[in-house]
Ligand binder design. Structure first.
Ligand SMILES: [Zn+2]
Length: 237
């Protein structure tokens, strides 16, 4: 059987490391081909910790951090778009959607992961790339020749408070899928450590054992029937 393929769509370098690292690496270890699409270089991120050489930009540093994290995750293919960090909501939705669709048509993923429509943290970039990914996925799904695929949103344990600097996000969706990735805790820590310039963002979270060892998802498309038991994997054969 041809390998299954997983695509994760994010807005910034480090979104992949805050996200479902264990599941990405588990997919790799199970023989899946994995890809990450990141829409910006994160050039508006926190820069206090970034050790910039003369002429080097924060975006270049963060893209290099992302590439290092992808190596830890065993990602086969990384695409970085370099839209302005903080400016995704100003890009026409049609443009974002058609570019995400092009990536999907090229990569032919069986499973796609992105932010929920709330953007998890309410970040407008997260919300914009989530909407584009959902619309592109729906368009892809409507093609009759293509087998059943699944779109998942990353989410968090019910009741967990997410710091939301934008102040607008509703609570993330309750999980439909809970994946035990405790054996990948070191991988998660390793992926986060690649993002040295953003250490102040992720270091406080290292005390959250649950966050390090469990990935949670909400299956967006096709939706689950009410009453469906929580699934323990998103990597269906
Ligand atoms: Zn982000």
């Amino acid at each position: 059987m041809a390998p299954r393929r997983l695509l994760a769509v994010w807005a910034h370098p480090d979104d992949e490391a805050f996200g479902p690292v264990g599941t990405m690496r588990l997919a790799h270890d199970q023989g899946w081909q994995t890809a990450i699409l990141t829409a910006t270089q994160g050039d508006a991120g926190q820069s206090a910790k970034a050790d910039l050489s003369p002429g080097q930009t924060l975006g270049e540093v963060r893209e290099a951090e992302l590439r290092a994290a992808c190596a830890v995750l065993g990602v086969d293919h990384l695409q970085v778009w370099r839209y302005p960090d903080g400016g995704l909501q100003d890009i026409p939705q049609d443009e974002l959607r058609s570019r995400v669709l092009d990536v999907m048509l090229d990569w032919q993923p069986h499973v796609v992961i992105t932010f929920g429509l709330d953007g998890i943290t309410g970040h407008p970039d997260h919300i914009a790339i989530s909407a584009a990914t959902r619309h592109a996925f729906a368009q892809l799904q409507s093609e009759p020749a293509i087998q059943l695929r699944r779109l998942y949103y990353v989410t968090v344990r019910p009741g967990r408070q997410i710091e939301n600097r934008m102040g607008a996000a509703p609570p993330p969706a309750a999980p439909t899928s809970v994946v035990d990735v405790s054996r990948y805790e070191a991988v998660k820590r390793g992926a986060l450590a690649c993002h040295a310039s953003q250490k102040d963002e992720w270091e406080p979270l290292l005390a959250d054992h649950d966050w390090l060892t469990v990935d949670r998802f909400f299956r967006a498309l096709p939706p689950t029937e009410p009453g469906t038991p929580i699934e323990m994997t998103i990597l269906h054969e």
